[in-house]
Design a binder for this molecule. Structure first.
Ligand code: HXC
Length: 258
């Protein structure tokens, strides 16, 4: 697939996708989301990639879904096409970790896209918000669902109902982002984290992602059982033997992903 609105590269075992419609502050259009899903799934299927970083520009991770594209749609249009599901749901199919490296605006669908990633590293310039209410719509890609799970009902209601933005400090305090870094260090820090992950055992990494995500979908009892069964499964890997042997021999492990 020829990409128009994203840039894709690999550095070592880390795949990088950069949203690239700077003139529109990375307002996410249909084509761009199709490209994003395609690129993420290609990295997911590549043996050479162990972790993925998704980023935007200095000014905007993404300022939301593309309002010019949405403005002319009516109810029948969005219902029939199940608007946004087709492309955006692809991201949920990615089984390797995806780190969102967010600088500038992450608004509406941009904030929702960041929350679809596995964790968010924020530049000190990052600003998060769900301003859809100002357009007469509600968040449609998880803002009313992932945000309360991430930052509490009270803060999620505040953000979605008043459309106010949260700066990086508040987002970190609230638990939306895992860490804040200086803006000029954002990609380096995201890569450093991704490289750490990519050097781990890939099946183990994938099991952790699957297990943490299960916490959002199930009861504690079922989640604990799911975790324990995956934990047992790690003992069937050569990487478990290597990891424990390396510890006992006081050396670094060399994981093979098997
Ligand atoms: C289309 C957008 C856009 C968007 C910015 N632009 N956001 N185009 N859709 N979401 C365009 C502007 O029209 C402008 O184009 C250019 O990007 C620069 O934006 P400015 O507004 O001039 O920049 P600035 O004054 O710095 O303000 C930045 C901003 C503002 C605060 C981020 O652009 C803004 O409020 N954007 C809309 C944010 C929003 O409402 N997001 C939610 C969208 S709804 P021109 O051609 O004039 O230079 C949504 C629903 C998701 O996301 C549903 C499920 C997917």
């Amino acid at each position: 697939m020829q990409y128009e609105h994203i840039l894709v590269e690999t550095r070592g075992r880390v795949g990088l996708v950069t949203l690239n419609r700077p003139a529109a502050l990375n307002a996410l259009n249909d084509r761009q989301m199709e490209e994003l899903g395609h690129a993420l799934l290609a990295f997911d299927g590549s043996d050479d990639v162990g972790c993925i970083v998704l980023t935007g520009s200095e000014k905007a991770f993404a300022a939301g879904a593309d309002i010019t594209e949405m403005a002319g749609l009516n109810y029948a249009d969005v219902y029939k096409s199940d608007f946004i599901t087709r492309n955006w749901e692809q991201i949920r199919r990615v089984r390797k970790p995806v780190i969102a490296a967010v600088a500038g605006y992450a608004l509406g669908g941009g904030c929702e896209l960041a929350m679809m990633c596995d964790f968010i590293i924020a530049a000190d310039t990052a600003r998060f918000g769900q301003p859809e209410i100002k357009l007469g719509i509600i968040p449609g890609a998880g803002g009313t669902q992932r945000l309360p799970r991430a930052i509490s009902k009270s803060k999620a209601m505040d953000m979605c109902l008043t459309a106010r933005m949260m700066d990086a400090e508040e987002a970190e305090r609230a638990g939306l982002v895992s860490r804040i870094v200086p803006a000029d260090r954002l990609l380096d820090e995201a890569f450093a984290a991704a490289e750490v992950i990519a050097a781990m055992s890939l099946p183990t990494v994938m099991m952790i992602k699957e297990s943490v995500n299960r916490a959002y979908e199930t009861t504690l009892g079922e989640g604990l059982l799911f975790e324990r069964r995956l934990f047992h499964g790690t003992f069937a890997t050569e990487d478990q033997k290597e990891g424990m042997q390396a510890f006992l021999e006081k050396r670094l492990p060399s994981f093979k992903g098997v």
